[in-house]
Design a protein around this ligand. Structure first.
Ligand SMILES: [Zn+2]
Length: 486
């Protein structure tokens, strides 16, 4: 009995001793309480496409502090959270590079719907392409402080548009002076970049480009209607959305299109492969990012033959989105079809994939973005996974598709040292998958757990988040402040 007691005391002392040992893996602020260890996991290397088996990942607070093979990587056996990752595939947190978190008051309850839906789907970062800046920055603060569940946010604030913007969260630009003032104001208000819309007058577009360059803030978004894609690329526009300007620039009718007489029938009829190649070469030379929002391109073009009513994900969004905003958008999109018949639109959707492949082969870099929730029935979180599948349909390998939502976003923001891959020193934004995404890109949908900024969310946690969203979606939305949309 006595020997046994002495043995137990000795054991306890050894444990205490081990607890206090300086850990070679740790930074000086090491605290066991903040440590998560993942063992035996398959790491998907998004740089090389290699699957690294039996790996250990050590996380302290919100950073990855070590990654390595199980046999060579020491870790504190008494860490409060040790996750056995056997059978799981670990990918970096995904980014949706085209979202609108706050779109005036057109998508009420967004804080309770969009933010958690992103997280539950493994989206740990978003690029907000047009929102109320103050609200979004306050959400970002809350998220960083751990008081609100949501992804990392990079934000444009309100969008710069023509003298009569069609959308909320916009700034009207009529003159070059308006453009310069808007850039200056947004830069000082804390916007990460400037978002351009379609209707900005030509002279103001170039003033915006010039001012943004002077102020050292990137400008991104729609190639404005009155400007060529090649001109915007040469002016330093950082990313193009929705392939706007690409078909225009691939046609001998480009000048006519600049005056506003464009449609998909004309794009297809006058598409010139040589012009397309020349534009691709220029975009590759300038490394002009493309965020083609392919799911919404298909969804919008085929909106008249799509029945959304049976979509199982509809329960996660408020009735107001479905019965009001998305309905009005649907009517607007149908009106814009104009002279393009269904057959043409189907061909156009296929042609877009072909053009994406052409640009990709030429070395133009790509981003995965969804336009959620401003695209009709484009769901926060869920739809990003479909976007990756559209890239695969355009001929990207599963690895290349995965890069559009991991490594490439980090490169776009010039933050490759912070996120985008599973590497020492980076943010602990990680997604556990039940199957290998490099065998089939659809496997990114098999999310079993998420680590968001160092916080572990188990499968049960993710289910609870989804249930809460479902409850929130049933809440009555506050009545809109603004009137009709168009
Ligand atoms: Zn958008």
């Amino acid at each position: 009995m006595k020997t046994r007691l002495r043995f137990l005391v000795a054991l306890a002392l050894i444990c205490l001793f081990l607890l206090n040992l300086p850990q070679p893996l740790a930074a000086q602020s090491w605290s066991l309480q903040d440590t998560i260890v993942i063992t035996d996991v398959n790491i998907v290397d998004v740089r090389t496409g290699e699957i690294r088996r039996d790996q250990v990942v050590i996380i302290e607070r919100n950073r990855i502090v070590a990654v390595g093979p199980r046999k060579e990587t020491r870790y504190p056996r008494n860490a409060p959270t040790i996750l056995n990752g056997k059978g799981a595939f670990l990918i970096p947190g995904l980014w949706d590079m085209h979202v609108h978190l706050v779109f005036g008051d057109w998508f009420p309850l967004a804080q309770e719907i969009s933010l958690p839906l992103f997280v539950a789907n493994g989206i740990t970062g978003v690029r907000d392409m047009g929102s109320e800046l103050e609200t979004v920055l306050s959400w970002r603060n809350e998220i960083e402080g751990g008081r609100l569940l949501g992804p990392r946010i990079m934000a444009a604030g309100p969008m710069l548009d023509g003298p009569k913007p069609r959308f909320p969260s916009s700034i009207a630009i009529a003159t070059p002076e308006d453009g310069r003032r808007a850039v200056d104001t947004l830069k000082h208000a804390g916007a990460d970049f400037i978002k351009l819309q379609s209707l900005i007058p030509r002279d103001a577009v170039f003033a915006i480009a010039d001012e943004a360059r002077k102020q050292g803030i990137p400008f991104e978004g729609h190639v404005p209607d009155s400007v060529r894609a090649s001109e915007m690329s040469d002016a330093g526009m950082h990313s193009f959305e929705h392939l706007i300007g690409i078909f225009e620039g691939s046609s001998p009718l480009e000048d006519e299109f600049l005056k506003g007489q464009k449609n998909e029938t004309k794009f297809l009829a006058t598409y010139d492969p040589e012009r397309a190649s020349a534009l691709a070469t220029l975009l590759a030379k300038n490394q002009t990012w493309q965020c083609p929002t392919l799911v919404w391109e298909r969804g919008g073009n085929l909106i008249d033959i799509t029945d959304f009513s049976k979509d199982a994900r509809a329960k996660y969004v408020p009735t107001y989105w479905k019965e009001h905003t998305w309905k009005i958008f649907t009517e607007a999109v149908k009106t814009e079809f104009n002279t393009d018949d269904l057959e043409t639109r189907k061909k156009f959707v296929d042609k877009e994939l072909e053009v994406v492949q052409l640009l990709h082969k030429a070395g133009v870099p790509f981003l995965a973005g969804t336009d959620s929730p401003t695209g009709v029935y484009i769901f926060p979180g869920f739809s990003l996974h479909e976007e990756l599948q559209r890239f695969a349909a355009a001929g990207f390998t599963p690895l290349e598709a995965l890069q559009t939502a991991t490594l490439n976003p980090a490169r776009l923001f010039n933050m490759e040292d912070q996120f985008g891959a599973i590497e020492k020193g980076k943010f602990a934004d990680l997604v556990f998958l039940d199957a290998n995404p490099l065998e089939d890109i659809r496997n990114t949908q098999k999310v079993s757990a998420v680590i968001l900024n160092g916080k572990y969310l188990s499968n049960a946690d993710l289910q609870k988040i989804l249930q809460r969203v479902e409850v929130s979606a049933k809440k009555e939305a506050p009545p809109p402040r603004t009137g009709s949309i168009f």
